[in-house]
Design a protein around this ligand. Structure first.
Ligand SMILES: *[C@@H]1O[C@H](CO)[C@@H](O)[C@H](O)[C@H]1NC(C)=O
Ligand SMILES: *[C@@H]1O[C@H](CO)[C@@H](O)[C@H](O)[C@H]1NC(C)=O
Length: 331
């Protein structure tokens, strides 16, 4: 049941939102566009995965990154058996050169990496950092054979999510403390509703879908739609001169992270974010969840080393990525 207080907060927030929410297309990537404005990162995986992130040149020469019919692909090696003393399975991690304050990120995704040992993510983090200063927003994330997407915030201390009566979301709250230094950095996460194929095999069988993440001082919200259910301005994009009103007429987001004073102050915990796509294997989440994942016996690392063909579906296929920003920055 919604309390009177919640109703008033919602009402005043939506008034502020509709009054000031004019967003315009800032950056757009389709097909070959992704070869500009993104860095291919080659460092050791900070989440301890059994992965070998390769450079752009190596990714192109091994055909792990390519464009086909204007769709941008990033995949894992699905042919090599690995020596257990190697760094891990070849895969890709890219981060955007640009960072954004208030922004709406719209990703039209045809296919996401799926399968045992995989841990893909599309997320944003503070470019200034150092992590966790300035915050992290996980928009797409999951492991192994999961079928529901999870969206999660990771922040410095003193950022809590309010009770569910103050959140307007279709998904299910998992945890409410966003502080990275508690609960083994679980963050404050929301599991997307089962009624829509937001992750893994069901998502890919459906031909993918569209994620929209709004990050601004009135809250952080993530929507997901199968492509034919998405609002037209989200599905088709809008031209540069045309305004877009994020959230207006979009229905409940799957995940709602309000940033009410007293629970989580936006300016204290968030600043300009860059975007990241990565695909790791095992590590802090997929590896720790391996035993209960339904992926069979043995260790996760052994599975990665000895089953190259299991990675045939371990790829991103991106139709488009668009970032919208307000005409004027908010005060
Ligand atoms: C890269 O892989 C894709 C998908 O398997 C294939 O269609 C394409 O021809 C390959 N490109 C090269 C240069 O081998
Ligand atoms: C694995 O790599 C180590 C170190 O490079 C090497 O000594 C060993 O012979 C390799 N094992 C196999 C099976 O290739």
């Amino acid at each position: 049941m919604r309390t009177g207080y919640a109703f008033l907060v919602t009402l005043s927030l939506s008034l502020i939102q509709s009054a000031s929410a004019l967003f315009f297309l800032k950056d757009q990537w389709i097909g070959d566009d992704f070869f500009q404005g993104w860095n291919w990162e080659t460092e050791n995986d900070p989440t301890h995965g059994r992965v070998n992130y390769v450079s752009q040149a190596e990714a192109i020469s091994k055909n792990l990154t390519y464009v086909e019919d204007d769709v941008f692909f990033m995949r894992a090696d699905d042919w090599s058996f690995l020596n257990s003393s190697s760094r891990g399975r070849d895969s890709i991690r890219i981060s955007s050169v640009n960072a954004y304050d208030d922004a709406l990120f719209v990703l039209d995704l045809r296919h996401m990496p799926q399968g045992c040992s995989t841990w893909p993510a599309f997320w944003t983090l503070s470019q200034a950092g150092p992590w966790p200063n300035g915050g992290e927003i996980d928009i797409i994330e999951g492991v192994n054979l999961n079928t529901d997407n999870q969206a999660t915030l990771h922040t410095t201390p003193m950022c809590m999510m309010p009770p569910d009566t103050l959140r307007h979301q279709a998904g299910r709250t998992i945890t409410t403390n966003c502080d990275t230094s508690v609960n083994f950095n679980t963050g404050c996460g929301v599991s997307f509703p089962d009624s829509k194929p937001s992750y893994g095999m069901p998502f890919n069988i459906a031909g993918g879908g569209i994620f929209a993440a709004l990050k601004w001082r009135f809250g952080i919200q993530v929507w997901f739609w199968p492509r034919d259910e998405a609002p037209p301005e989200v599905r088709d994009g809008v031209v540069k001169e045309e305004p877009l009103f994020p959230g207006f007429g979009w229905g409940s987001p799957a995940a709602d992270f309000p940033v009410y004073p007293g629970f989580c102050d936006y300016d204290t915990h968030f600043n300009a974010h860059e975007m990241v796509f990565d695909l790791t294997f095992c590590g802090d989440w997929a590896g720790n969840a391996w035993a209960g994942s339904g992926c069979g016996g043995g260790t996760c690392e052994n599975f990665v080393d000895n089953n190259p063909s299991a990675f045939a579906e371990a790829y991103w296929a991106i139709n488009s990525l668009r970032v919208y920003t307000p005409l004027f920055p908010f005060p």
